[in-house]
Design a protein around this ligand. Structure first.
Ligand SMILES: [Zn+2]
Ligand SMILES: [Zn+2]
Length: 180
C-alpha cells in the first residue's frame, strides 16, 4: 500500500493553492498526497495578547482528521503562528501525533513590505511544506543551508534552500523508510 500524507486547508487558505503547494511532496519523498476537507478558521487557537495563533492547538485538530492508513496530516493556514517562547514560527511538526502545519502569513512578500508576488509565495510555501513533511517522515534539521531540512529563521533562509534534500538527508530518508 502506498504511503499517504493528507494535506488540509485551514481557514482562509485557498484549496487550489494548497494543492499546488503540496505538489513537490510526492516527488521528493515518494509518498502519495491527498487533499482533505478544509478546517474552519482556527479561532480557538487565537491569543489576544500576542495577536497570533497557537500552533499546537491547531495541530490537535489536524491530528484528529488523520485516517489510519495515513502517515501524517499537514495543514496550511493563512494566520500567523506561534509556539511559546518564540516570536513566531513558519510551521511546526509533531511526530507523536503525526501532524504538521505551515503558515503563509510571513511567507507573503508583502509581509516584509515588498510587492505581492504569487510565484514567490508558492515557491516559499512549497519549501516549507516539504520541510514539515520531512519532519513527519522522520527527518531532523540539517546543517546544509541549501538543504530543505535546514531550519529557516527568515524568508532569506527559505529562499536560499529550496525544495531539495541534500545527499545526507536522502540517505537518512532511505534508512527511515526501510525501518518503517
Ligand atoms: Zn523544522
Ligand atoms: Zn540535509
Amino acid at each position: 500500500m502506498p504511503a499517504i500524507v493528507q494535506v488540509v486547508p485551514v481557514g482562509a487558505a485557498a484549496r487550489s493553492f494548497v494543492r499546488d503547494l503540496a505538489e513537490p511532496v510526492s516527488s521528493v519523498f515518494g509518498v502519495e498526497v491527498c487533499l482533505g476537507p478544509p478546517l474552519a478558521e482556527p479561532k480557538y487557537a487565537f491569543n489576544k495578547d500576542r495577536q497570533q495563533y497557537h500552533s499546537a492547538a491547531i495541530l490537535r485538530r489536524l491530528a484528529a482528521t488523520r485516517g489510519r492508513e495515513q502517515l501524517g496530516v499537514l495543514g496550511v493556514a493563512e494566520v500567523d503562528l506561534f509556539i511559546p517562547d518564540t516570536p513566531y514560527v513558519f510551521g511546526e511538526a509533531d511526530r507523536e501525533s503525526h501532524s504538521a502545519i505551515v503558515s503563509l502569513a510571513r511567507l507573503r512578500p508583502e509581509f516584509n513590505g515588498a510587492a505581492q508576488d504569487n510565484d514567490l509565495l508558492r515557491a516559499r510555501g512549497r519549501t516549507e511544506v516539504v520541510h514539515e513533511v520531512g519532519h513527519l517522515l522522520g527527518l531532523s534539521h540539517c546543517d546544509d543551508p541549501r538543504c530543505v531540512m535546514y531550519f529557516s529563521s527568515s524568508v532569506t533562509d527559505t529562499d536560499r534552500k529550496g525544495c531539495a534534500l541534500c545527499n545526507d538527508c536522502r540517505t537518512e530518508l532511505a534508512r527511515v523508510v526501510r525501518g518503517r
